[in-house]
Design a binder for this molecule. Structure first.
Ligand SMILES: C[S@@+](CC[C@H](N)C(=O)[O-])C[C@H]1O[C@@H](n2cnc3c(N)ncnc32)[C@H](O)[C@@H]1O
Length: 339
């Protein structure tokens, strides 16, 4: 294949080279900005997982080059990646892992007590080709980015991050909604339709009252019990466990005799108020009655119903409301004996 074949197949790849972007990803951030105006009023920004640097180029262009000299003074852009990146004017570059507390501390150090207006993250793990694993690792990277963001983003700030629209994506949206007033899922035109890649655009950072930024993430906690179970306050969501009903009432785990004063003089059997209308085994029972049920290859258990009945009588159990016919058929279908 000739050198130009990729230019033919991927117009954004070609455009990136023509316009001087380090990667075609630049167009994704530019197109997100066209829709959400994410750079407005931003002076401090963090680019997580930045290499080779096209998003940092976009940040540098939008926050510095396209602004007047006086408006550039307070601009600070910090870019982080596991991989080294060629220098870019006006961009502080850090080599680090965004899942590590030390990386968060290093970023914060560069803001000298101030916070960022915008955090972007285009992080992607090395894909294994095992979709479920890739999606999981991607979601963990997003949560790591959110943890860093909770350390560095100012209230009201914006967070943009790559997300895979996979099975558990609604859970991620719900988690993000705890921290941001608005959460959108954006699919820029430059992101291939065939890819489940999209970007969350989270506006108006507002962590829950009393939330203490943390880097704790179950996946990266080598000692879960020590690290995660020790979280307190809003960092630890504990759903109240409430016991209901009279504690001196009937015990659902106990076996009681049939003759109980609370139930009247003498035990009288009553059928269930409403037997199941369409039990899962109904079809099997009908097939069995018409002798249409496939026969099991193994030996038929001897008189299943008789064994079951005897056992029932012995245990003095209340009838479960299923006729012996059904029990027999069901037992025979699945060789569901008591032996
Ligand atoms: C798709 S690239 C980013 C492209 C970049 N936004 C650009 O426009 O040039 C994904 C990057 O995520 C980085 N990455 C993955 N896991 C990381 C981690 N735990 N910490 C820091 N960077 C990470 C990779 O090294 C890679 O450079």
């Amino acid at each position: 294949m000739g050198k130009s074949s990729k230019d033919k197949r991927d117009v954004y790849y070609r455009l990136a080279k023509e316009e001087g972007w380090r990667a075609r990803s630049a167009f994704k951030l530019l197109q997100i900005d066209e829709e959400f105006n994410i750079f407005e009023g931003v002076t401090k920004a963090v680019d997580l997982c930045a290499a080779p640097g096209s998003w940092s180029q976009v940040l540098s262009k939008k926050l510095r080059l396209e602004r007047e000299e006086k408006d550039r003074e307070n601009v600070k852009i910090v870019a982080v990646d596991l991989q080294p990146m060629a220098p870019l004017p006006g961009v502080i570059q850090l080599l680090g892992d965004i899942t590590q507390t030390t990386t968060a501390e290093e970023i914060i150090g560069h803001f000298a007590g101030e916070k960022a207006d915008l955090v972007v993250c285009d992080g992607a793990p090395d894909v294994t080709g095992l979709h479920a694993l890739d999606e999981y690792v991607q979601s963990q990277l997003l949560l790591a980015a959110l943890n860093i963001t909770s350390h560095v983003l100012k209230p009201g700030g914006t967070f943009v991050a790559k997300i895979f629209r996979a099975k558990d994506v609604t859970l991620l949206y719900a988690q993000l909604k705890i921290f941001f007033a608005e959460v959108f899922c954006a699919k820029p035109r430059s992101s291939r339709q065939s890819s489940c890649e999209a970007f969350v655009v989270c506006r108006t950072y507002q962590p829950p009252d009393g939330y203490i930024p943390t880097m704790k993430n179950p996946m990266f906690a080598p000692n879960y019990d020590e690290e995660v179970n020790q979280l307190t306050g809003p960092n630890r969501v504990i759903v109240p466990f409430v016991t209901c009903g009279d504690l001196s009432g009937w015990d659902s785990d106990m076996t009681y005799g049939l003759e109980l004063p609370e139930f009247g003089e003498k035990y009288v059997y009553r059928p269930p108020t409403q037997p199941p209308t369409q039990p899962a085994y109904q079809k099997a029972c009908q097939l069995k009655k018409s002798d249409l049920l496939a026969k099991a290859q193994c030996e038929r258990p001897p008189d299943v119903v008789a064994v079951r009945k005897a056992k029932k009588e012995k245990q003095n159990l209340i009838d479960d409301g299923i006729s012996d016919d059904l029990t027999n058929a069901f037992a025979e279908c699945f060789l569901f004996g008591d032996s």
